[in-house]
Design a protein around this ligand. Structure first.
Ligand code: SF4
Ligand code: SF4
Length: 65
């Protein structure tokens, strides 16, 4: 049950998180921001920076395949 980060629909595409991420884990796919889970260290920086509280920690048990 490893936690990971997810960007929800509250994202306003401000780009702050992508620029700030020390691991370059935040990508834009189909004009949506997504977090590359294998490289993300869950440092929490993007969660703090996001102006619209769009980034949340979720656990695997809550994610559908
Ligand atoms: S938690 Fe840290 S490593 Fe993961 S996406 Fe956010 S800023 Fe990048
Ligand atoms: S900081 Fe928040 S609102 Fe801005 S692009 Fe990232 S997830 Fe979206």
């Amino acid at each position: 049950m490893e936690p990971k980060l997810e960007i929800n629909t509250r994202c306003i595409n401000c780009d702050l998180c992508r620029v700030a991420c020390p691991e370059d884990s935040i990508l834009i796919t189909d004009q949506q921001y997504v977090i590359e889970t294998w490289s993300c260290t869950i440092c929490g920086l993007c969660i703090e920076l996001c102006p619209s509280e769009a980034i949340q920690i979720v656990s695997d048990s809550l994610i559908k395949d």
